[in-house]
Write a protein that binds this ligand. Structure first.
Ligand code: GTP
Ligand code: MG
Length: 198
């Protein structure tokens, strides 16, 4: 799939105010600073569609982008960042869990994981939460440019081991990406295209 059109629609913290239009929707979630906003820019081939920052906690709202006039891409705030003010902290912000539980248009979530790290408790917990809530999701390992392919595959294998030792019977569909090199762009867009045309 080629992204010919990518437009920002609305930001908000209230699921009820998300666009009413019924289009298939894909949401990007993960720890603060994992690279959600960068990945959205990379996938759409736009430099600054979503706001990127070296400081964790940049994205604070649910951001809807309409792609090719026929699906929504959603940039979400990160979880697991302690400096978010006490009132909004929670373990996973309430409006994020509400988004996943109530947004009927949501077709699939993408849980982003920094491929350099060993399995993190909070990511495993978030995936369990999605699984228990019946939300379909894939994993996107980010920042592949920061380490060798063999090290990346080793770290992905460590994740598989942890998930399969827990409640999971199979490892979710996953992608290895880099917003710096564009690695994984075709694969993720192809996946979305295939799901949309099924
Ligand atoms: P929050 O909105 O704060 O939750 O962060 P985010 O997950 O949206 O991360 P963001 O895209 O803002 O990126 C965080 C930092 O990581 C920025 O400094 C990016 O330039 C950097 N970054 C993101 N993706 C990549 C990548 O694939 N490779 C490299 N080398 N750096 C990346
Ligand atoms: Mg962001």
């Amino acid at each position: 799939m080629k992204v010919n059109k990518a437009e920002f629609i609305i930001s908000n913290s209230d699921v009820k105010k998300c666009p009413a239009e019924i289009l298939p929707e894909y949401a990007f979630i993960g720890r603060s600073n994992v690279g959600k906003s960068s990945l959205i820019n990379m996938l759409t081939g736009r430099k600054a569609l979503a706001k990127v920052s070296g400081k964790p906690g940049k994205t604070q709202l649910i951001n809807h982008f309409k792609i090719n006039d026929n699906w929504f891409l959603v940039d979400l705030p990160g979880y697991g960042y302690a400096k978010v003010s006490k009132s909004t902290k929670g373990i996973f912000q309430k409006f994020i869990t509400e988004y996943f539980e109530k947004r009927e248009q949501l077709v699939c979530g993408f849980v982003l994981i920094d491929v350099r790290l060993e399995p993190q408790k909070i990511d495993v917990e978030f995936m369990s939460y999605l699984g228990n809530a019946g939300v379909p999701f894939c994993i996107i390992f980010t920042k592949a440019d920061k380490l060798t392919k063999s090290k990346a595959m080793q770290n992905i294998a460590a994740y598989k081991k942890v998930l399969l030792a827990g409640d999971w019977e199979e490892f979710p569909t996953y992608f290895l990406t880099s917003s710096a090199s564009g690695e994984g762009q075709d694969e993720v867009l192809q996946f979305i295209n295939d799901v949309n045309t099924d």
